[in-house]
Ligand binder design. Structure first.
Ligand SMILES: Nc1nc2c(ncn2[C@@H]2O[C@H](COP(=O)(O)OP(=O)(O)O)[C@@H](O)[C@H]2O)c(=O)[nH]1
Ligand SMILES: [Mg+2]
Length: 397
């Protein structure tokens, strides 16, 4: 409880200093009239009066507020709970399953809904329905080869299919079988340090953002990360990467615009080795003056890394933009021919209805799908888990 001073207390306080003044004056013999009393008496009076008003815990308050007096502000009773202002509702954090379902909702509409609408037209699986299914699959984003892989599976089993639900289940089973084969999460093997990841892909596919997201994942697992800016084609690309490196707490090996990308990769590897870091992630350009030029540059970077550290790069991650649909199949072919890609990250699934292309890529290439990007936030990169992906894609089917 706080003690409230009254005018009286201030007078006492003032008086204490008057006595102190008298004490000093007596010592100095400035006022001869005071010498009748011993000087220590003035000091004692000064101290006692001063102590009266000092709000020393346990001593003050000597005088509690009288009954009826306005209560101290902190004594005001807290309003009943129901009257208290409601706390701002915390936004529930969506689970990774919810994020995946939301992220794949456009592809669900663009791929799955189109197929299921074929089956909704008729309850019997006859020739004309199969023809329509064939056309729909070929017209989807999965590529002709994969369209026939799925179609033939349905055709083969059509004798046992008696309802649209069963037909969709058959397609789901086949899509799942295709994707399961490519589920190999990126795991850093024991004793490989630094683990070197070279990230490739065309301009705008999401390389830089994906590098930041992967670095963020590794950092949250307690690993140390170096990022090297091998996209020396544009100064803005270097700055963008530096910004992300800083944000996720990774070391950054910077380059100048126009610098030799393989030299930057080399510097990055040197830094990762000398600083004893766990992971090195190298960004690369997605565009050079010609495509041949780009592929040659990437091959050179790969060679330089291997020369410095045998086996490096341990991962050549191809970043593919889901919004380009079937073009991603051709991109995979080109990058894979030049570099022997060891993993794929498919980005922007959240912004695309053409994400079905991932099924085509999984069917045509024996390349593990490592990650999927379903948004622009740091947490919007998920390791690829076929079962989860298929369940989200076929939601309600
Ligand atoms: N919606 C969405 N946008 C993404 C995703 N991944 C990347 N992007 C965006 O795609 C754009 C290009 O990405 P960037 O990393 O600069 O591509 P880069 O040229 O290959 O390095 C940026 O605006 C990113 O925010 C994703 O998974 N979802
Ligand atoms: Mg970039």
């Amino acid at each position: 409880m706080k003690y409230r001073f009254h005018t009286f207390d201030y007078l006492v306080y003032l008086l204490s200093y008057v006595f102190f003044f008298l004490f000093v004056a007596d010592i100095l013999n400035a006022l001869p009239a005071l010498s009748a009393l011993p000087s220590w008496l003035y000091l004692v009076l000064a101290v006692l009066l001063n102590a009266w008003v000092l709000p020393i815990p346990g001593i003050h308050p000597r005088r509690l507020p009288e009954a009826g007096q306005a209560p101290e502000p902190e004594k005001v009773a807290a309003p009943p709970r129901e009257q208290a202002l409601p706390e701002p509702a915390k936004k529930p954090v969506p689970s990774s399953k919810e994020k995946l379902e939301k992220g794949l909702s456009k592809t669900h509409k663009g791929f799955i809904d189109r197929i299921s609408s074929v089956f909704r037209k008729s309850n019997t699986i006859d020739e004309s329905l199969l023809t329509e299914l064939e056309e729909t699959l070929v017209g989807s984003d999965i590529g002709v080869r994969t369209a026939y892989t799925i179609f033939e599976y349905v055709q083969k089993n059509s004798g046992r299919i008696t309802s649209p639900g069963q037909a969709m289940d058959a397609i789901k089973t086949e899509v799942d079988a295709i994707l399961e084969k490519r589920e190999h999460p990126l795991v850093i093997p024991e004793g490989v340090k630094p683990f070197v990841i070279m990230v490739t892909g065309v301009n705008g596919s999401g390389k830089t953002t994906t590098i930041a997201k992967i670095a963020h994942r590794f950092k949250s697992e307690g690993k140390s990360v170096v990022i090297a800016s091998g996209d020396t084609f544009r100064a803005a690309a270097i700055e963008q990467l530096e910004h992300w490196a800083l944000k996720v707490g990774a070391d950054f090996v910077k380059s100048q615009e126009g610098a030799d990308p393989s030299a930057v990769a080399f510097d990055g590897l040197q830094a990762a080795i000398s600083r004893n870091r766990d992971v090195l992630i190298i960004d690369t350009a997605g565009r050079l003056h010609t495509k041949e030029n780009l592929m040659e540059e990437l091959k050179k970077t790969k060679r330089v890394l291997d020369k410095k550290l045998e086996g490096a790069p341990h991962e050549i991650l191809l970043v593919l933009d889901a919004t380009i649909g079937q073009n991603a199949i051709e991109q995979t072919r080109q990058f894979n021919n030049a570099l022997d890609v060891t993993g794929i990250a498919m980005t922007k699934l959240d912004g695309s209805s053409k994400g079905g292309v991932i099924v085509g890529i999984a069917n045509e290439f024996e390349i593990p799908i490592r990650y999927i990007g379903i948004g622009e936030d740091m947490d919007d990169l998920q390791p690829f888990v076929a079962q989860n992906f298929v369940n989200a894609l076929f939601l309600d089917n």
